[in-house]
Each structure stands twice: as structure tokens, then as C-alpha cells.
Design a protein around this ligand. Structure first.
Ligand SMILES: Nc1ncnc2c1ncn2[C@@H]1O[C@H](COP(=O)(O)OP(=O)(O)O)[C@@H](O)[C@H]1O
Ligand SMILES: [Mg+2]
Length: 233
């Protein structure tokens, strides 16, 4: 069975806006997929349904065997533990060190200190920031801060990493740094990555699967895809 399965998925918000309209999509374990399309076309809504920030109004969203629409609120943690999430704005806690920020999800799971430390160091090694354990977020560059966020998302060894515009605030050089980290996580750990982006250069350089949304509908889905000239996003 496919790792992610979306069937005839509609999301209509309370205000009447239809954000996705009959999406059908399958993603296999280990894939690296870009979701692109104009502002407001439903990219964030689509991935919010993957981590059950939103429920589909109609249709199915299955992630790692979990039927997201049927999941009770009290069981959402079971889904969340299977995945990591990275956003555009670094949501690091400024008063905590890099170590403490990355350890945060494990602390809230109630793991022992002796179990937490090796996992945090491993996650920081993955993003090349092991030597920054004692630093505070404001002592790091924007690219480094985003890499700490990736480490925090990966600390629980999730099978799926969801990224919403992770390079949205970064210059091209720093974006490349972040993309190299994501690429190596995908290649070395086999983590499935679903990434929303506006960045044409990144999409064209990486040559991964590209899913284009247009007004909540799947407009194209290409392996080794590209941003096309007519797509002004
Ligand atoms: N919580 C919400 N309530 C009402 N409408 C929303 C909400 N979130 C998004 N929308 C609307 O749904 C559509 C898709 O939004 P979104 O998924 O954020 O698009 P994208 O990420 O592609 O810019 C837009 O018209 C947006 O205004
Ligand atoms: Mg968005």
C-alpha cells in the first residue's frame, strides 16, 4: 500500500472557501515531492490534512495506514509521532539552547535524559550542527536556525517530513544549504519528504516529483518535473 493516499479529497472551510476540490494523489515511501502552485491554490491546506491540522470535508486522507479524517482528537499524537514538520518561520524557542530546542519533542514524550541525549546529538549531526549544542537561536544564522528546526523535526526519526516553504525566508545560498540537508535526509535515511515551495530555482535544480495545484485541483504531476514558464507563482 502507498504511504500517503489521498482520495477524492475536498476541503471546504467554514467561510465557504473550497481549498481542495477532489484531489487524488498517492505518494510512496521514500519519495521526495514538491507541491507548487499560485498563492491560495491549496498547498498548505493539503499538507495540513496530512498532519491533521485540518480534516477533509469529504474524501480520504491516509498517512502511514492512519485514516486522518477518522482519527479522534485524543489520538492525533499517534499520527504526529510518525512525522516531522518544518515551517517557513523558524519556530525555535529563543530562551532555550539548540540542544534544548531539539530535545523539546522528546521531553514532551516523557523520555529519559539518557535516551534523549544520543538522539538529539544524532539529529544535530544530520544537519551539520553538532558543535552548536550550547548556542542560542539568536546566535545562529537564518540557515542554521532552519537546520535546527529540521533536526527538531527529525529527532523522533519520522518516516515523513513535511515542509511548508522551508526556504521562504532564506537567500539563495542559504536555501541551497537547507536543500542539501533535506536531500541527504531523503537519500540516506529514506525519509519521505513532501515540500511546499515557491522557489523555482530549487524545483528546477532538484529534479524531483512536482505536483502542481491550481485552485484546489491537481493540474499536473510529473516525475523529475520543472516549473514551467506559464506558471507565474
Ligand atoms: N483557516 C482558513 N479558513 C478559511 N479559509 C482558509 C483557511 N485557510 C486557508 N483558507 C483559504 O483556502 C484557500 C487555500 O489556502 P492555502 O491552502 O493556504 O493556499 P496556499 O498554501 O497554496 O497559499 C485560500 O483561498 C485561503 O484563503
Ligand atoms: Mg501556504
Amino acid at each position: 500500500m502507498k504511504f500517503i493516499k489521498i482520495q477524492d479529497c475536498y476541503k471546504v472551510y467554514k467561510n465557504g472557501v473550497t481549498a481542495t476540490a477532489g484531489l487524488n494523489l498517492e505518494i510512496s515511501k521514500g519519495e521526495f515531492v514538491f507541491i507548487i502552485g499560485a498563492t491560495g491554490c491549496g498547498k498548505s491546506t493539503l499538507i495540513k490534512m496530512l498532519y491533521r491540522e485540518e480534516k477533509p470535508t469529504k474524501g480520504k486522507v491516509i498517512v502511514g495506514g492512519i485514516d486522518v479524517a477518522k482519527l479522534r482528537n485524543g489520538k492525533v499524537y499517534k499520527l504526529r509521532r510518525k512525522l516531522g514538520i518544518v515551517f517557513q518561520d523558524f519556530k525555535l524557542l529563543p530562551k532555550l539552547t539548540v540542544f534544548e530546542n531539539v530535545a523539546f519533542p522528546l521531553n514532551s514524550m516523557g523520555l529519559k535524559k539518557s535516551e534523549i541525549k544520543p538522539r538529539v546529538l544524532k539529529a544535530l549531526e544530520l544537519v551539520g550542527l553538532k558543535e552548536k549544542v550550547r548556542s542560542y537561536p539568536n546566535e545562529l544564522s537564518a540557515g542554521m536556525q532552519q537546520r535546527v528546526c529540521i533536526a527538531r523535526a527529525m529527532v523522533n526519526s519520522p518516516k515523513l517530513l513535511i515542509c511548508d516553504e522551508p526556504t521562504g525566508n532564506l537567500d539563495p545560498e542559504t536555501s541551497k544549504e537547507v536543500m542539501d540537508v533535506l536531500d541527504s535526509i531523503n537519500k540516506e535515511l529514506g525519509t519521505t519528504i513532501v515540500m511546499v515551495t515557491h522557489d523555482k530555482d530549487i524545483v528546477n535544480r532538484m529534479k524531483k516529483r512536482v505536483i502542481l495545484l491550481d485552485n484546489g485541483i491537481l493540474a499536473s504531476d510529473e516525475l523529475k518535473g520543472k516549473y514551467k514558464a506559464h506558471e507565474t507563482v
